[in-house]
Design a protein around this ligand. Structure first.
Ligand SMILES: Cc1cc2nc3c(=O)[nH]c(=O)nc-3n(C[C@H](O)[C@H](O)[C@H](O)COP(=O)(O)O)c2cc1C
Length: 189
């Protein structure tokens, strides 16, 4: 099984990076092949809305580091998308990644939309400073539905809360629970 992690945060050693890495660690322990893409290391521009991806079979016309993710997406069985909550929503990096998925609808990605195509599994991993897990529930539920509309098989939507009280890497409770999400991803039917 091939799993890719996306860190939609500019903080190379921030909470989202820790969380995505831990989830992937659990998957690796179940012999999954993993790779990771972090916005801190990548130059990924916003969608231009040019519809170029729909006009040809060459995918997105923006030749930046998102091309590496497109290539990885083609071979991925599952995705772990790490999304910090900024101002009550996914980070701008998360939204840029999501918008650039628009090119999945181009002929380049048509195999994903063939009848009976196997959907890619997705863990939508949110994290936030506030300790209240229900605070952004409406937004998080909506986002899950949106990814389902994009034909992802959303398996889990873990929400790590209370990070304003200390960084994720200092939270003993997270180490096992996050790895469990990753290992479950490998054994899901
Ligand atoms: C610009 C900004 C906006 C934020 N807005 C919220 C918010 O609305 N609610 C919340 O609970 N936490 C908020 N936070 C806290 C982050 O969600 C939290 O620190 C997260 O773990 C950051 O992940 P990172 O280290 O990968 O950037 C915000 C942080 C930043 C930098």
């Amino acid at each position: 099984m091939n799993i890719i992690g996306i860190i939609a945060s500019q903080r190379k050693e921030g909470n989202t990076a820790f969380i995505v890495n831990k989830i992937l660690e659990g998957a690796k322990e179940q012999s999954a092949e993993t790779s990771i893409f972090g916005f801190a290391d990548l130059d990924i521009k916003p969608c231009r809305g040019c519809w170029g991806c729909h006009k040809s079979d060459r995918g997105c016309v923006i030749k930046d580091d998102m091309q590496k993710i497109y290539d990885a997406l083609e071979h991925a069985d599952a995705i772990v998308l790490g999304l910090p909550i900024y101002m009550g929503q996914m980070s701008a990096q998360g939204k840029i990644f999501t918008d650039r998925l628009f090119a999945r609808f181009s002929p380049r990605f048509s195999p994903f939309f063939k009848e009976n195509a196997v959907k890619q599994k997705l863990i939508l991993s949110f994290n936030q400073g506030n300790p209240d897990a229900d605070l952004f529930k409406t937004y998080i539920d909506y986002t899950k539905q949106m990814f389902e509309m994009l034909e992802f098989d959303v398996k889990e939507v873990p929400v790590v809360t209370g990070l304003r009280n200390g960084p994720a890497h200092e939270r003993e409770d997270l180490r096992t629970s996050l790895k469990d999400f990753g290992s479950a991803l490998v054994v899901y039917p």
